[in-house]
Design a protein. Structure first.
Length: 228
């Protein structure tokens, strides 16, 4: 609506010609200013709404980083604390007899990190004299049939954690003797998911049965500890 339209009709008759002209001139001066103010306001709104002006921008996103760590598997191992043990001396006898010796302490370590379990066992060999002549069986029939036999006595044997690991589900073997059909005797067996650590095994006894009227001499043999 223009100033001319606004002041037409009955209002023009009441005000008179001179007053209407004065008011028209005043409004003409002010209406462009009002338009300018309105245009400035709309421009400001446009800047804010459509990002034409400077304003803070906040991004809400997720940033992920992949980390890598390698844990290398160790070994499964058995190490004896001693390389030799002596049995008690006996005299020649016309009756079968036996003598004992200490198996010696040894360490078992499972650092594979798999929890696969393990078994440590003992194997033996015949006794020989200094001339490397076989003198005494380790896997014969024993006292009853008057031949040599080597046995593992487990009664006092024990296992001890060396680094604080649990010994649960690590089972001690039973008293057993070597024979033609038994070439390996289990000492301890760790079930799957157990035995993951460092252990000392000790206090096992070996018993050698000696036949009647044996040949006198110094005998030696070797035993083998195996873990798998």
């Amino acid at each position: 609506m223009t100033a001319k339209t606004f002041f037409s009709g009955d209002l023009a008759k009441k005000l008179g010609k001179n007053k209407i002209i004065a008011l028209r001139r005043a409004l003409v001066k002010r209406i462009p200013l009002a338009y300018a103010v309105a245009a400035a306001f709309m421009l400001l709104m446009a800047f804010n709404l459509f990002g034409l002006g400077k304003k803070a921008i906040y991004a809400f996103t997720n940033q992920t980083t992949t980390l890598f760590q390698t844990v290398n598997a160790g070994i499964l191992d058995v190490v004896s604390a001693s390389s030799s043990q002596a049995f008690g001396a006996v005299n020649v006898s016309f009756s079968a007899q036996s003598t004992t010796g200490n198996l010696g302490a040894f360490r078992v370590e499972d650092a594979r990190g798999s929890g696969a379990g393990w078994a440590v066992n003992l194997a033996g060999n015949d006794w020989k004299s200094g001339e490397e002549i076989e003198e005494l069986d380790y896997n014969g029939l024993g006292l009853n049939d008057d031949t040599g036999k080597l046995c593992l006595v487990v009664a006092s044997g024990s296992i001890l954690s060396n680094s604080g690991q649990d010994t649960t589900n690590i089972t001690k073997g039973a008293l057993d003797c070597f024979s033609a059909s038994l070439t390996s005797i289990d000492i301890y067996t760790a079930d799957a998911s157990f035995g993951k650590g460092n252990y000392w095994i000790k206090e096992f006894t070996l018993e050698q049965r000696i036949p009647t009227n044996p040949t006198s001499g110094e005998y030696t043999t070797t035993i083998v500890l195996t873990i798998s």
